[in-house]
Design a protein around this ligand. Structure first.
Ligand SMILES: [Zn+2]
Length: 210
């Protein structure tokens, strides 16, 4: 791509560093910014810069936060005896968006993956242990991806905490809502049958399907 302006070229270069953004898309974004008022562009770039400089990670749950402790951890209205263990910040956002969970979180910062060099020391597992030991956590809900690495992480954490008085549960696995039985993979279908629920639990989830 040949540019007649080095300034445009530099901006395109910066945008194309983002995942999923190629040079053409980056150019479209830059040209759009060029059409905007300079005050709007200042506000745009200011928000990005402030976010990068000022965002913190909660010292309790490791979620993103504007303060030392995040809004979820300081909220007295939430159930502090329940902690949902997730891989990353995107998972917190996904679960919060369901509006079905009122407990706290613990962000591990990844899952165990020896092939990628990610061991227990790279994750926030010891801080989870401390949290369970020093606070009144009654239940840990393991909400990790249903993969070999996810299962290994759940198993590892359960072993680490086996002497502490905490109930460890995992999120249910089964056929996706709206999915068709015949197209479900064998592993999921087998697990769904093995972990079947009594009819009393077969209720509509408020906010999801009415
Ligand atoms: Zn927090």
């Amino acid at each position: 791509m040949i540019f007649s302006s080095k300034l445009i070229e530099d901006a395109v270069q910066e945008f194309s560093k983002l995942p999923g953004i190629g040079k053409k898309t980056a150019l479209r974004m830059v040209l759009q910014l060029l059409k905007m008022d300079t005050t709007e562009v200042d506000s745009f770039s200011g928000a990005i810069s402030r976010m990068r400089h000022e965002v913190k990670f909660c010292k309790i749950c490791h979620n993103v936060s504007d303060a030392e402790v995040c809004m979820i951890c300081v909220n007295p209205g939430r159930n502090h005896s329940q902690v949902c263990v997730v891989e990353n910040i995107r998972d917190v956002i996904a679960i919060e968006s369901t509006q079905q969970y009122s407990g706290l979180y613990h962000v591990l910062g990844g899952i165990l993956s020896p092939l990628d060099g990610i061991g227990p020391e790279q994750l926030y597992i010891s801080s989870l242990h401390d949290r369970v030991k020093n606070n009144e956590v009654e239940e840990l809900i393991m909400a990790l991806s249903p993969t070999i690495e996810g299962d290994t992480t759940v198993y590892y954490i359960a072993r680490q905490l086996k002497d502490l008085p905490v109930r460890i549960t995992t999120i249910a696995r089964g056929i996706a809502f709206g999915g068709e039985l015949e197209y479900t993979d064998e592993m999921t279908l087998a697990r769904s049958i093995a972990k079947r629920l009594p009819i009393e639990n077969y209720v509509s989830i408020k906010g999801v399907n009415g």
